[in-house]
Design a protein. Structure first.
Length: 261
């Protein structure tokens, strides 16, 4: 390398002398600040004075929510653990989800989404719209008419979906499903609000239900001598037909399976 280039390289920019002490000072300040966090007292802030509860509720009372929230607010505005409070509230069976937020200077706002039961499940609890099973500790208001669905553990969403499909189909006939059951052996039965039980069996239950709506119902409506409400059961497990029994004859129909079941 020529002497001219060497002298040019040596003249490359160097940081000014005043910058190094300042940089070191900045590092020192950062270290002192981080260390101070360990001994400074935790800032609790003002006390909560107002609780705002939003969301439509039928089963959750404002009093019960206030009682559950009050202990979590004692640490103060900044120190209150809102994450733990949200988890505590969502542990309540009637709570589907909840959001929690502070409003300066002394307000806590809850937005509560309550579980909406759409069906009774196995006569031991409810299903919500997503097919999730929950068991409330108490019921403050009767939820109104709900179908009774039943099935093996883990079949909640399947049975709920089948009920919705069947219900839409029967709505045209102005018929309502009172019960829909899936047995441990995968046999489907539908109990209509009007009375009779429709036996769909284990296989091709969707096709058999369509035959019930498209063939059996019109045939029964044309047979005026038959009182639909007085029928005990309608058996759709036949390949090319169906059978019916009046209430007095229906006790013999309790067998779940036939040769073509």
């Amino acid at each position: 390398m020529s002497q001219a280039r060497r002298r040019q390289s040596e003249r490359q920019w160097q940081p000014p002398a005043w910058l190094l002490p300042v940089s070191g000072g900045l590092v020192l300040v950062a270290v002192i600040t981080a260390s101070a966090l360990h001994w400074l007292p935790r800032l609790e802030g003002p006390a909560f004075e107002t609780l705002v509860i939003k969301g439509e509720r039928r089963q959750l009372t404002a009093e019960a929510l206030r009682d559950r929230v009050r202990p979590a607010l004692l640490p103060g505005y900044f120190a209150a653990d809102l994450g733990a409070l949200r988890e505590s509230l969502e542990a309540e069976p009637w709570v589907a989800s909840v959001s929690v937020r502070r409003q300066w200077p002394s307000t806590l706002e809850l937005t509560v989404h309550e579980q909406v039961p759409v069906a009774v499940w196995n006569r031991s609890g409810f299903l919500n719209e997503a097919g999730e099973f929950f068991v409330p500790r108490e019921i403050h208001r009767q939820p109104g008419f709900l179908p009774e669905l039943s099935g093996p553990e883990g079949s909640e969403a399947e049975v709920l979906s089948a009920w919705r499909d069947m219900r839409r189909t029967l709505a045209v006939q102005e018929l309502e499903i009172a019960e829909l059951s899936l047995s441990d052996r995968r046999a489907w039965t539908v109990t209509l609000e009007a009375g009779p039980v429709v036996n769909l069996g284990r296989s091709d239950h969707e096709a058999r239900f369509r035959r019930f709506v498209q063939i059996a119902l019109p045939a029964l409506q044309q047979a005026r001598q038959l009182d639909f409400a007085a029928l005990e059961y309608i058996d759709m497990r036949y390949t090319n037909g169906f059978s019916v029994a009046r209430a007095s004859e229906g006790r013999a129909s309790d067998r779940e399976d036939r040769g073509n079941g």
